[in-house]
Unconditional design. Structure first.
Length: 116
């Protein structure tokens, strides 16, 4: 079995592909000073770009894990998530509070998808 590495660096790849499964690294916001909703929209746009480059899209997400630095941001994150996820095709999902690597990040999203 071969494994493809998308945007692989010294420490991590943004995604790996094996047997049609796409594993995304945790995606974090580039708009660090924005509120939770804007940060989530930013992360979801990054996910769309990576999935497209790997031969997939949001309709093919199997599982998502969402990390919030503060659970008080749950509603704001869900506002962005609910308008992004395809109705009827919402993936299995977990959302937990975690200390993120950068204190300005309010959200990090990691997911697994399948290729189209």
């Amino acid at each position: 079995m071969s494994i493809e590495f998308y945007q692989s660096g010294t420490r991590l790849a943004e995604a790996t592909i094996a047997n049609g499964l796409i594993f995304l690294a945790g995606q974090v916001p580039t708009n660090e000073d924005a509120d939770i909703t804007a940060q989530t929209v930013n992360v979801l746009a990054q996910i769309d770009t990576i999935l497209a480059a790997c031969g997939s899209d949001r309709q093919h997400i199997c599982e998502a894990v969402i990390y919030l630095s503060d659970m008080q941001d749950y509603a704001g994150m869900n506002q962005a998530w609910d308008s992004w996820v395809t109705s009827g095709n919402a993936p299995a999902r977990a959302c937990v509070q975690a200390a993120l690597a950068n204190p300005k990040w309010k959200v990090e999203i990691k997911l697994t998808a399948v290729q189209k």
